[in-house]
Write a protein that binds this ligand. Structure first.
Ligand SMILES: Nc1ncnc2c1ncn2[C@@H]1O[C@H](COP(=O)(O)OP(=O)(O)OP(=O)(O)O)[C@@H](O)[C@H]1O
Ligand SMILES: [Mg+2]
Length: 268
């Protein structure tokens, strides 16, 4: 394995603008075979960050969107019937362990309890994956890295990670980017001119300030990119903002009216 971390792979990597030292911490964790947990609200750049880092580190990436039906077998693999024969088929986690790839478990708290049991021996210094069904005990290949993410805001109290799970990960806290970061991100992603992106970002931050009062969650960078993309394609800003930055946030008519007042305050 080439454990060095330089910018050689960066030219082809998906665009990601760092907010701080998250790239260095991720690379250090990778070099030292430590798993990483990303926490943060929806649409703030977690998935993009992992794709970017996997490309920079030159590792294949297996992403699994976790849900409440996801079982250990979905990750590890199962016997399937193929042409009258039963064959073992690796799941994405097993493939990553064998190949020395990055396995990214998105929304890991949603997964069933038996999944966390599987993760424990992989995320401490043993780095092994026991496969009960085949009797194998796989040692993770060099380069294997487990990355998980979750949004601390959404789960009910029962759906948080146990301390014994979360204390196995180096954790990075993601928040929405500061305007000096978010503006260039939205410009780059949408192609809209900077002077037209600036008021959208200002508006997004006004909406974010309402989190916990009228809104469950603030406007994500993803939604600002959507609005800017629609405007860049010729849609009138007020229509684009309503479709991409207001409707996705709330179904409540009063709240919507309040948000529209903020649009008038920012755009005049
Ligand atoms: N720092 C950044 N650099 C580049 N693009 C970014 C950055 N932050 C956010 N984005 C943009 O925001 C979009 C949404 O980000 P992403 O899909 O990574 O969010 P997420 O945190 O994984 O959300 P979710 O929790 O809903 O999966 C990206 O497609 C990209 O356009
Ligand atoms: Mg994501």
């Amino acid at each position: 394995m080439d454990g060095t971390f330089d910018l050689k792979g960066a030219a082809d990597a998906p665009f990601y603008l760092p907010q701080g030292d998250e790239c260095d911490i991720f690379a250090a964790a990778y070099r030292n075979c430590l798993p990483v947990l990303l926490k943060g609200p929806t649409g703030c750049g977690k998935t993009r960050f992992v794709a970017h880092m996997a490309a920079r580190l030159g590792r294949p990436l297996y992403t699994v969107a976790c849900h409440d039906d996801l079982s250990a077998a979905d990750l590890i693999g199962r016997y399937l019937l193929k042409g009258g024969e039963t064959v073992w088929v690796d799941g994405p986690l097993t493939r990553a362990v064998r190949e020395g790839a990055i396995c990214y478990l998105d929304e890991v708290v949603e997964a069933r309890k038996d999944v966390t049991v599987v993760l424990h021996p992989l995320t401490d210094d043993r780095r092994i994956l026991p496969i009960d069904r085949t009797g194998e005990e796989l040692e993770a290949a060099p380069g294997f890295m487990l990355v998980a993410s979750y949004n601390p805001g959404y789960q009910n109290i029962l759906k948080t990670l146990k301390p014994s799970t979360r204390q196995r990960f180096v954790s990075l806290d993601f928040t929405f980017p500061k305007p000096e970061h978010e503006i260039p991100v939205v410009v780059r992603e949408s192609g809209l001119a900077e002077d037209r992106v600036k008021p959208l970002v200002r508006l997004a931050n006004k909406f974010r300030a309402l989190k916990g009062q009228d809104l469950e969650e603030g406007t994500s960078t993803r939604l600002v990119v959507y609005a800017a993309t629609l405007i860049a394609q010729g849609m009138a800003p007020d229509r684009a903002i309503r479709a991409a930055m207001i409707e996705p946030l709330t179904d409540d008519e009063d709240t919507r009216r309040g948000l529209l007042d903020l649009v008038t305050a920012v755009f005049g």
